[in-house]
Design a binder for this molecule. Sequence first.
Ligand code: F3S
Length: 396
Amino acid sequence: MELTKEEQAMLDGEQGEGVQKAMEIIVALARIYDSKRLVPVTSVQVSGVSYKNLGEAGLEFLNEWADRGTRVRVPTTLNPAGMDLDNWKELGFTEEFAKKQLMVTQTFERMGIPPSCSCTPYLTGNVPKFGDNVAWGESSAVSYCNSAIGARTNREGGPSALAAAITGRTGEFGYHLDEKRKPTHIVKVECDVKEFWEFGALGEVVGERVKGVPYYTGIKPTNEDLKALGAAMAASGGIAIYHVDGITPEARTGAASPEGLETITIESVKDAVDKLNTAGDKVDLCWLGCPHASINEIQAIANMVKGKKLQIPLWVTTAKQTRALAERWGLVDTIRQADGRVLSDMCAVVAPLKDLGFQSIATNSGKGAWYLNNSAKVHFGSMNKVVETAIKGRWE
Ligand code: F3S
């Protein structure tokens, strides 16, 4: 593998020990995957931000880098943390957890990454151009980036994404290459899939059935639906890229041609819905905003709860920037007056839910339902249904 002069200098330690260590990670990965060269990245999304997942060892690893004065050299954003960084106290998070979680984001901040944590960086200004090489972690963000934007990223782990942010490089392998982005199966959808939650159910089914790159026909997802679809496929099948006929950029330019591929027909998503619904009628928490809610979604939720009083806590998780906009539009207040909360920087899946007393959760997210089912009872249905549950006090 060839390195440029600058890359070799980084590897030789000429830009400091932290950069050298980062370049060693990038080069080692590039060699494992037979890259011919490294490519510059225009942005990075770092996963592994929740202290619940990172733990003490992860925090120490980050501190070692930050203590050496190492800083990122391309625009870098963070994945959700395990709590709302500003409002953790009122939600009942312990001082102990909060202290550790804040240490994590402060360490990232010392490296030049702002403490704003979201799995929808593309809604908050980290928007690559079509064809850009980037290094993103977080499976739903990766899927959106590759599929809806047409930028190129592998599914980076926490250390490799951070190493890419520090060096500004990644190995040219996997989804950075044209051939890995081509569709492998046509997925012909013959049932009605129109709402966000149904796209999550569809993603769950396809993730389990297709091992490759799906090319969808028969659906017309909105931007929000693309979030739901990609997130669920990534959860159930590790799918990092897909195409939608007439909608996603590589399908529209013809770069992703479905000609001659095997066709898988989807006639129903009911089995996925049944599988993801594991709770009884009792619900402890209603959760919307997985992937993080857009301003349109927050507006829709505010319209539904306006003038109502919720019986069950309702969390709407979103990015700090989207929350700030929702606050200006009066939506945060409307939801709060109903006793719901618009929370930023966090994700319920990586929050210590059991410690907060939540054992049974209702959500409209296929991905959220998929992961929560590992540790809790779950209800999965439409946004209307989840809000209705919060209002009525039980899942009917
Ligand atoms: Fe985002 Fe957490 Fe869902 S990271 S996609 S809100 S599981």
